[in-house]
Design a protein around this ligand. Structure first.
Ligand code: F42
Length: 366
């Protein structure tokens, strides 16, 4: 089980970077930075993180192929990959329909667009030319002007070292002292698919190195894994090829009620954004969700928090003291989740929650 953390860059890059440095020092494996046009830019944030950390794996969590061309995305994520010495992951999803409407952008064929974008990004990030006529996009000989390859020890490789690896006379790595062979060269950029719907989950199973599922409850992951498996089988792959990641709302504190209180507003937003089948899956009444909508329309956040029911808390967040969070993570592990991302709000206060999670949860679930 890997443990990641999500940050929303709605505060200055320096603050998000400092929190990531803290998370890295406390043993978190991954950091995921959300991408919304109205926040600090995701790649500027990742660039700062790349230069200020040493081991943590970093990803967009998630960008989209509507607002940003896959060619631009390929160059941006490979720049972060270069700056971080091969620690970048591209997280990509269909995008936020509500914000696209504000930007005058459409949301046609989101699944097809994702499929074509991933195909293009794979070609471009492996240094090849994209010549592609799709339904939602087309490329006529686009190619990145740089190509990155590393030795498994993390050393960046030069063209002559890569060339020699293909011969019987490989060169020795200056960093680790072992030979650079074609089996020890790392080039592949991992792509994780943000997915909720059945077809998107299936696509993630067919083409993703991982899948980021915005959910917190085992029932949602049972459903998701069934669909991911269908994609894995169609593509002749294995489930081990896809890292199933719970991109969960999370709030931990020694005082369980305080932890739950901090998560209430996040849970309210998830509840109002959830389609009827998800509400039904968790036994949540539409009339209870309507009460949140009423309070939201009046801007009364006190009433919003009060309108959140215990069923909503159970369904949409992992919140409580360490024992409660460990129980939930162990449950997710049993059904096939490989990474849990500690998402918003993390806890009543981010820095102390990171320390609390690192000391009391991470050692028990790893
Ligand atoms: N969105 C953001 O904008 N920013 C973020 O930082 C962000 C983070 C994030 C993290 C994890 C995660 O899982 C999602 C995240 N999202 C974020 C949301 C993400 O961008 C998507 O909005 C979200 O995942 C919802 O997408 P979905 O997987 O439910 O897919 C939607 C688009 C959907 O309708 N899927 C259908 C399905 O069954 O999966 C497929 C629809 C389909 O088949 N469409 C056809 C096609 O060709 O595209 C066309 C059908 C027709 O009738 O034309």
């Amino acid at each position: 089980m890997r443990i990641g953390i999500e940050f929303v860059p709605d505060s200055p890059v320096k603050k998000v970077t400092d929190l990531t440095v803290l998370a890295e020092s406390k043993g978190f494996d991954n950091v995921w930075i959300t991408d919304h046009y109205n926040n600090r830019n995701v790649y500027a944030t990742l660039a700062s993180i790349a230069l200020n950390t040493k081991t943590i794996i970093m990803g967009t969590g998630v960008t989209n192929p509507v607002l940003i061309s896959p060619a631009w995305t390929a160059a941006a994520i490979m720049t972060i990959n270069e700056m971080s010495n091969g620690r970048a992951i591209l997280g990509i999803g269909a995008g936020d329909k509500a914000t696209f409407a504000k930007l005058g952008l459409g949301f046609e064929k989101p699944l097809t667009r994702m499929k074509e974008a991933i195909q293009t990004i794979r070609v471009l990030t492996s240094g090849k030319k994209a010549d592609f006529e799709g339904t939602t996009m087309s490329f006529k000989g686009a190619k990145l002007g740089f190509r990155l390859r590393w030795h498994t020890c993390g050393a960046k490789l030069k063209g002559k070292q890569v060339k020699a690896a293909k011969t019987d006379n490989p060169m020795t790595c200056e960093k680790c002292g072992s030979p650079i062979t074609k089996d020890t060269i790392k080039e592949h950029l991992p792509i994780y698919v943000g997915a909720q719907g059945p077809k998107m989950l299936e696509l993630a199973g067919s083409v993703g190195d991982g899948v980021l599922i915005n959910a917190s409850h085992p029932k949602d992951f049972e459903y998701a894994i069934k669909n991911i498996k269908a994609g894995v089988e169609k593509a002749g792959r294995k489930m081990e090829d896809v890292e199933v990641t719970a991109y969960a709302s999370f709030s931990a504190d020694p005082d369980a009620e305080k932890a739950k209180g901090a998560a209430a507003i996040v849970v309210a937003f998830i509840a109002v954004g959830s389609p009827p089948p998800i509400l039904e899956r968790h036994g949540i009444k539409q009339e209870d969700v309507n009460k949140i909508n009423d309070a939201l329309s009046k801007g009364d956040f006190g009433a919003v928090a009060k309108a959140v029911t215990p069923e909503m808390m159970e369904a949409f967040t992992i919140a409580g003291d360490a024992d409660a969070c460990i129980d939930r993570i162990e449950g997710l592990k049993k059904i096939g989740v490989n990474q849990v991302v500690v998402g918003s709000p993390v806890g009543p206060e981010k820095k102390s929650a990171i320390a609390y999670i690192a000391e009391n949860i991470i050692p028990k679930v790893k």
